[in-house]
Design a binder for this molecule. Structure first.
Ligand SMILES: CC(C)(COP(=O)(O)OP(=O)(O)OC[C@H]1O[C@@H](n2cnc3c(N)ncnc32)[C@H](O)[C@@H]1OP(=O)(O)O)[C@@H](O)C(=O)NCCC(=O)NCCS
Length: 84
């Protein structure tokens, strides 16, 4: 397990949360997010945000269950190194 929450200004970001497929559905994801929130609060960071890929409905249901609320924002990016 590796948790490295970081914050810029008043937003803490969760970059990618994953639980081993063999251990999903037993509260580990919720426990990891609770730990992230605790550490961000300890840093004085009032808000946590993350991105979910379009179509990842399971992740959205998971975050919904934890009290997260979707909001609209535009993302943009550029690939610098092509995949093999
Ligand atoms: C999303 C993920 C991290 C959830 O981890 P988890 O350990 O299975 O989740 P938990 O067991 O802690 O679930 C907590 C609550 O979320 C909800 N939940 C979790 N997975 C769900 C699903 N697939 N569908 C609906 N609700 C779900 C449930 O309400 C659950 O509470 P309950 O078990 O009391 O009903 C895990 O499914 C995962 O690693 N997915 C692949 C990676 C991914 O998509 N990560 C998100 C990137 S943004």
């Amino acid at each position: 397990m590796r948790i490295r929450p970081f914050e810029r200004g008043h937003r803490g970001w969760v970059y990618y949360l994953a639980v081993d497929p063999d251990h999903r559905g037993s509260g580990r994801g919720a426990a990891l997010m609770a730990e992230v929130e605790k550490r961000l609060i300890a840093l004085g960071c009032p808000k946590v945000q993350l991105q979910v890929r379009p179509g990842n409905e399971e992740a959205l249901r998971f975050y919904d269950a934890l009290g997260y609320t979707p909001f609209s924002a535009s993302s943009t990016g550029k690939r610098l190194i092509l995949d093999d």
